[in-house]
Design a protein around this ligand. Sequence first.
Ligand code: ARG
Length: 481
Amino acid sequence: MPQPGHKLWGGRFEDGPDPLFRAINDSLPVDWVLARHDIAGSIAWAEAIAGAGVLTDAERDDLVAGLGRVWEKARDIHEPPVESGAEDIHTWVEAELTADLGDLGKKLHTGRSRNDQVATDFRLWAKESIAERLSELNALRGALQSLAERSEGVVMPAYTHLQPAQPVLAGHWCLAYDAMLSRDAKRLANSLDGADVCPLGSAALSGTTFPVDRDAIARRLGFARVSTNSLDAVSDRDFCLDMLSAGAFIGVHLSRISEELVVYATPGFGLIALEDAVTSGSSLMPQKKNPDALELVRGKSGGLLAAFQSLAVTLKGLPLAYNKDLQEDKPVVFAAMAELSLCLRAATRVIEAVSFVPERCREAALQGGSAATELADHLVERGVPFRDAHHIVGRVVKNAEQQGVQLQDLTASDLKAIDGHFGDNAPDCMKLEAMLARRDIPGGTAPAQVAAALQAARSECRALILPEVPDIVRDPSSVLR
Ligand code: ARG
C-alpha cells in the first residue's frame, strides 16, 4: 500500500528514481504554495465524482472532511516538507489523505489527472495573485492622485528630448502616469478573466470518462466558466503569459516614472524632494542622498520583462498536450508576481514620499524659452501665418539668449523692436498661469481640466471590484464546520 511520500505512478517501474532525476523532477519545493488550491480543487472533485456515482455520500463526506484536515495540517507547515519524499504537491496531499483515511483516500484520483489538477490549482492561484496586484496597482494610483491633489497649483516644466518644452501643472504630470497605470489595470483585469476558466474534467488530455457536472465544479471553485477543449485545457498557459505581459507593461511604466523622479531629484533639476526614508547615503561621500528605491524599481523592471520572454520561450515549441516543460511555468510566474508586488508597494511608498519643490519648479518652468510657443500663438492671433510667427519667435529666443535673459524678461518694446507685429499685451501671454489656462481642452493642462481628470481617475479607482474567493478556496478547512 502506498505510504505518504510514495510515488503516484510506480506500478510499471522496477527501478526507483535516480537522485538526479529526483533533483530535476520533484517540484514540491516550488508548488508547495499551491497546497490550499490543490486541496480546494480536490474537495470539488470529490463532490463531483460522488455526483457521478463513483462515491457514496458517506465516502464523499469522509473524503471532504479528510481534505479539510489535510489543510489544517498544511497551513501550519511553512517550509515545503521535502523530507516527506513527495514528488509534488498533488502527491503530498493524496499521501496525507490516504495516511488518514486508508483505502478511501486512493479513490479521490478517479477520473482526474495531475494535468487538469495542476492547471486548476495554478488558475486558482493566478486569480488571487492578479486580484492582489490589482489592488496594489490601485493603491499606487491612489498615491499618484494624492500627490496631484497636494501639489495643486504647482507649475513645472514639461520636456521633450529632456529639453524644457512647455509648462504644465504638476498634477497633470502625475495623471500622465495614472493614465498608464489605468491601462495596466485593464490589462490585469483582462488576464484575470483569462485565468477564470476551470480545466477540471479534462483529465490527462482527452476528457474524463466519468459523467461529472463540470459547471457545478467550476461554480464550487468560483470559476466563471469551464474550458472548452481538453487538449488545450491541460497545456494552456496563456493565462500566465497574460499576467506576465500585464506585469511587463507595469514594469515599463514603473521604470519610466522612476527614471524621471531620479532625474528630478538631482540637485541640477531639484524639482522634487524625497523623504529620507526612501533614500540611502554613501559610505564615502557624506553629502549623498541617493534615490535607491527608485533605482531598484527601475532595475527590477528588467526582470519583469524577462519573465514574459522566459515563459514564452518555454511554451513556443511544445506539442499538445501536457509536457513536463510546463512545470517550469511556476518558478517564473511566482517569482515575477512577488517582484511585481514589491515594486508596486515600494513605488507607492516612494510616491507618498515625494514632494514637488514649488519655487524651483516655477523657476525651471520659466527657463529654456518655454513661452516661445505662446509668443508664436500671439502673433498668429494678430494675423501672422504660423510658419512666419515661428521664425520671428526664433529670432526673439536667440536675442534673449544673447542678452542672457529669459523670454519673460522681455518687455513689449523689446519685442516690438525685433518685429513690428508684436502687440502691447505680448508679455502677458508669457505668464505661466496664462499659459496653463489656455490649454482648456479635454486632456489639456488647464487647472479645471486637470481637476476634472483627477476626479475621473479617483472614481475609476473607487469602482474596482475584485472577485470573491469561495470559502473552500480561501480556507479548505471550512468544510469541517
Ligand atoms: N508538477 C507538475 C507540474 O507542475 C504536475 C503535473 C504533472 N503531470 C504529469 N503528467 N507528470 O506541471
